[in-house]
Design a binder for this molecule. Structure first.
Ligand SMILES: NC(=O)c1ccc[n+]([C@@H]2O[C@H](COP(=O)([O-])OP(=O)(O)OC[C@H]3O[C@@H](n4cnc5c(N)ncnc54)[C@H](O)[C@@H]3O)[C@@H](O)[C@H]2O)c1
Length: 481
């Protein structure tokens, strides 16, 4: 008997859910679904199948899941516990075998929909995504519910995916009257609350018809605490798809908006953080964004482009303001470089140590990290780049070693230290530790509001120049060595 047949036989009393794509979203979905409980029978609700590609990355995720480990590393202790529990319960199994979709009552689509930025705009990678969905349609049970969680251009589920499923079902000559299709997007946040950002958070959904919406609702209610976080049903999938890209575009544009004020405040020697704190006293303005090093990750860096593509493709309109937000964010880290160039003139042979290469505090994710453009441009200036991150062991974008422990850095020369990511480790460093790990440093740039005023003053009193993005008032206080 194969491992898969054993798994199916062992779980014959449960509904089967298959998750296509075991990345940041699919990985957390596996944890949530395999730990969902049938409250009446007091036992696991689902048998969960994870499906990924037979690439080295896909295979390593599959191996992790089958060994009872999360496919994605995070700082959330709930994740390893959830996978261990699922392994002990025997209700999780991962594979590259796409035919398992045929066994599933419900399929969750968590594969990427990529956008490649080009010199004159962007390319939406439509074919790759549609081929993956087409492959799913070849195997799927025609009475299954498919929930698309992938972020897609608004209109995709109804105008493209539904047609693909119907066409393939016709070719397969199967009855698809019971088939259900819905879109429901994730707001998952990799980090300390990774798993609960799925199970304890608000969700939006919409089906291609009433029956699809109803089945999607029942499914979502089975693993999300909808008592405290009620679901929002929208009238059609394009609305759910639009909600996702609009909420991310809104956030990206708000971050971009603050950049020009950061530059203005810096030139005016104004502490922008205290200005923003004053403004946040108004309840209408409480979520105004803060200055920082840059914007990264898979979503905020591209979602407005998906929306722009759909808006142009279908209606000939476009979303120029939202796209401009993405452009501003993409080059934001160059502002930190500009500050360094202004300070030193020439950066040739300067040892610049970057603390943090992931795009977000306390996660290992380096996708589209702002550190990439910063390091590339810094290197073009002739500087010697040194990297540290407590979470990132291997960063495909750069060949140099990433130190994972601060002790490794003691023996290196450091002319400039850039505090780029608000990892807890960096926020918790006291002045003695900073001076002991970086004994030769003569300039620190706090690019992400990591140093307190007190720490900055103490460092300055030790003869170290301390600057900060959004901290224009530090300019007039700094004393170069
Ligand atoms: N990362 C986030 O925080 C986040 C949050 C909300 C929404 N999203 C959206 O969710 C989607 C997935 O994002 P992610 O971050 O999980 O991506 P990811 O790159 O981490 O994972 C995607 C996984 O899908 C696999 N895959 C690709 N094609 C496949 C196929 N045909 N069959 C099976 N597996 C396949 C890949 O090998 C990879 O393991 C994207 O649309 C993204 O925009 C991401």
């Amino acid at each position: 008997m194969s491992q898969l047949s054993e798994f199916i036989a062992y779980n014959e009393d449960k509904k089967i859910v298959a998750v296509q794509g075991l990345g940041f979203v699919g990985g957390a979905m596996l944890a949530a679904l395999s730990n969902a409980q049938d409250r009446v029978k007091n036992k696991p609700l689902y048998a969960v199948l994870g499906v990924d590609l037979s690439t080295p990355d896909g295979l390593s995720k599959i191996e992790a899941v089958n060994e009872g480990r999360p496919p994605i590393i995070s700082s959330d202790p709930a994740m390893p516990l959830a996978f261990l529990k699922a392994k002990q319960q025997g209700n999780i199994f991962a594979t590259t075998d796409m035919s398992v979709f045929g066994l599933a009552d419900i399929v969750v689509v968590d594969i990427p929909f990529d956008v490649k930025k080009t010199a004159d705009g962007y390319d939406v990678k439509l074919d790759l995504f549609l081929e993956s969905v087409s492959e799913l349609a070849q195997h799927i049970n025609p009475s299954a519910l498919v929930v698309v969680e992938t972020t897609v251009p608004p209109g995709m589920t109804e105008n493209y995916l539904y047609d693909i499923f119907k066409k393939v079902f016709k070719e397969r000559d199967v009855d698809d009257k019971e088939f259900a299709l819905a879109h429901s997007y994730e707001r998952v946040m990799p980090g300390a609350n990774y798993l609960s950002s799925i199970t304890e958070y608000f969700r939006v959904y919409a089906g291609v018809n009433d029956a699809s919406s109803e089945r999607a609702r029942i499914f979502l209610e089975s693993f999300i605490n909808t008592t405290d976080f009620p679901l929002t049903r929208l009238h059609k999938p394009a609305a759910s798809e639009m909600a996702k890209v609009l909420e991310n575009s809104y956030r990206a544009l708000n971050i971009a908006f603050i950049q020009e004020w950061t530059e203005f405040a810096q030139a005016s020697e104004v502490n922008l953080f205290s200005v923003l704190e004053a403004i946040r006293m108004r309840p209408t303005h409480h979520n105004i964004m803060s200055p920082g090093f840059g914007v990264g990750g898979y979503c905020l860096t591209k979602d407005a482009l998906l929306a722009d593509w759909a808006s142009k493709e279908v209606h000939g309109i476009g979303l120029p303001l939202s796209c401009e937000g993405i452009r501003i964010n993409d080059v934001m880290p160059l502002y930190t470089l500009q500050i360094l160039k202004k300070l030193y003139g020439d950066l040739t042979q300067k040892h610049v140590t970057l603390l943090g290469v992931s795009y977000l505090n306390d996660v290992a994710d380096t996708r589209y990290t702002p550190s990439e453009i910063f390091c590339n441009e810094l290197e073009k200036e002739g500087a010697i780049v040194q990297l540290h991150d407590p979470y990132v062991a291997d960063w495909h974008a750069r060949s140099e070693k990433i130190s994972n422990t601060l002790d490794d850095l003691k023996r290196l020369q450091h002319d400039v230290l850039i505090l780029a990511v608000r990892h807890k480790l960096y926020c918790d460093l006291n002045v003695d530790q900073i001076v002991s790990f970086f004994p030769s440093v003569n300039c620190i740039v706090d690019a992400n509001n990591i140093l307190s005023e007190e720490k900055a003053t103490t460092l300055r009193n030790m003869g170290i120049k301390v600057l900060g993005i959004g901290k224009g008032h530090w300019l007039c206080q700094s004393n170069p060595k």
